[in-house]
Write a protein that binds this ligand. Structure first.
Ligand SMILES: [Mg+2]
Length: 277
């Protein structure tokens, strides 16, 4: 065990910053994926692949686990179209941009409530341009005091690596022990928060909603509004919080990746394999 919660924080410590995961925490990622699979299927017509069959196959393969990789390859193979070129279809997937996405019920309202009380941040894995486009489609591109796109720190620092959470807390100027991270995936979000010595709230929404609470979070909630209701009594008034150096606005590209020594993390963190639990 690389971290023992009781060593690091009191559950009753005031919460001065709340940091969120994006996909399947704030909005249903399945809606974005559905649009992306449609775009891929339409593009495959060029290679003689039936778009309806490919779209259904993409959904079926993705339901086995959307982050297992090679979804397009496996979908084509299942249709006997394994000789169709995969690379241009992967490029279509990566270029896909949803025009509009909608948060889970109550999520946007919860962000507005929290923002009136404490500083809020977002830490998300994935292609940075794609993740930014999701925020725009959700109309949340100005909702956060800080946005950390972990791939900009290096793909190897995706959650459960603690670096992006440490970066977010450092940019907000809030002690990590006074931060709470809210996310849907225990093996990524809860594990990253533990490694960063933050409290975590696991929300049971999205693709992984039925997965067990392993590792165990500080709290479990049905969704973001429920999570916020559980921590509301601990929110520290903004006037009591540490001054926030970037209070002037959200500037995701202005975030300077911290050097390894500045991250102050010397312990072990869960392996990529652990994230596949
Ligand atoms: Mg997520």
């Amino acid at each position: 065990m690389y971290w023992k919660p009781d060593d690091c924080w009191s559950a009753e410590r005031p919460v001065e910053a709340v940091i969120f995961d994006l996909d399947d925490t704030i909005y249903p990622q399945a809606e974005w994926l559905a649009g992306a699979w449609c775009a891929v299927a339409e593009a495959a017509v060029t290679y003689g692949v039936d778009p309806g069959r490919l779209r259904r196959s993409l959904h079926a393969v993705a339901e086995e686990g959307s982050d297992r990789g090679r979804v397009i390859d496996r979908a084509l193979e299942s249709l006997g179209a394994g000789r169709a070129p995969v690379r241009p279809l992967v490029a279509v997937f990566r270029r896909y941009r949803a025009a509009r996405l909608w948060p889970f019920p109550g999520a946007a309202e919860s962000l507005r409530f929290l923002s009136s009380r404490v500083t809020i941040g977002l830490v998300t894995d994935g292609d940075p341009d794609t993740q930014r486009s999701k925020l725009r489609a959700l109309r949340l591109d100005h909702a956060f005091d800080v946005v950390v796109l972990s791939d900009e720190l290096g793909v190897s620092r995706r959650k459960p690596h603690p670096a992006p959470l440490i970066q977010a807390a450092a940019t907000l100027g809030v002690d990590r022990a006074a931060c709470v991270y809210i996310g849907d995936r225990p093996a990524k979000d809860v594990a990253a928060a533990q490694a960063a010595r933050m409290r975590s709230v696991r929300v049971r929404t999205g693709e992984y909603m039925s997965w067990p609470d392993t590792p165990r979070p500080w709290l479990t909630a049905r969704d973001v509004p429920h999570a916020v209701s559980q921590i509301a009594a601990l929110l520290a008034p903004r006037s009591r919080a540490t001054p926030v150096p970037i209070a002037a606005g959200y500037r995701p590209r202005s975030v300077r990746p911290l050097a390894r020594a500045e991250l102050g993390f010397t312990g072990r963190f869960p392996s990529r394999a652990a994230a596949q639990l």
